[in-house]
Design a protein around this ligand. Sequence first.
Ligand code: DQA
Length: 142
Amino acid sequence: RNILVLHGPNLNLLGTREPQVYGRHTLADIDARLQQVAADNDARCSTFQSNHEGALVDRIHAARSDGTDYILINAGAYTHTSIALRDALAAVAIPFIEVHISNVHKREPFRHHSYLSELAVGVIAGLGPFGYEAALLHAMAS
Ligand code: DQA
């Protein structure tokens, strides 16, 4: 299995960004852990972070021809705003799981709607960095 992990805006600041909400793990910690879990299961995991909506759209398009079997995406705030990311995911038709570190449903109302959830295989929110790992295990077993 070839799994692509996409991280959206501001997730490069994990570890220092609102640690009471997002915890102390850095994005590098999370990516390293996912790569380890993938390697332990003879799978491959590539990771990509961008603060730019178009760069995320381009990376999703590239997944169509780079052998990606499954996408895990934490689109950050673009979750709640981006029809373009939703359309890109629909266009490539690669199964994906939506991940959020925090429980978006117990936060501000504007975080309760996601443009991605309707198309996702599943949605994980509120489990911290473990949410990515749970999603990865599911993707590898699919
Ligand atoms: C987030 C939740 C979003 O509402 C927020 O904009 C983020 C991170 C999370 O992982 O909990 O940037 O996706």
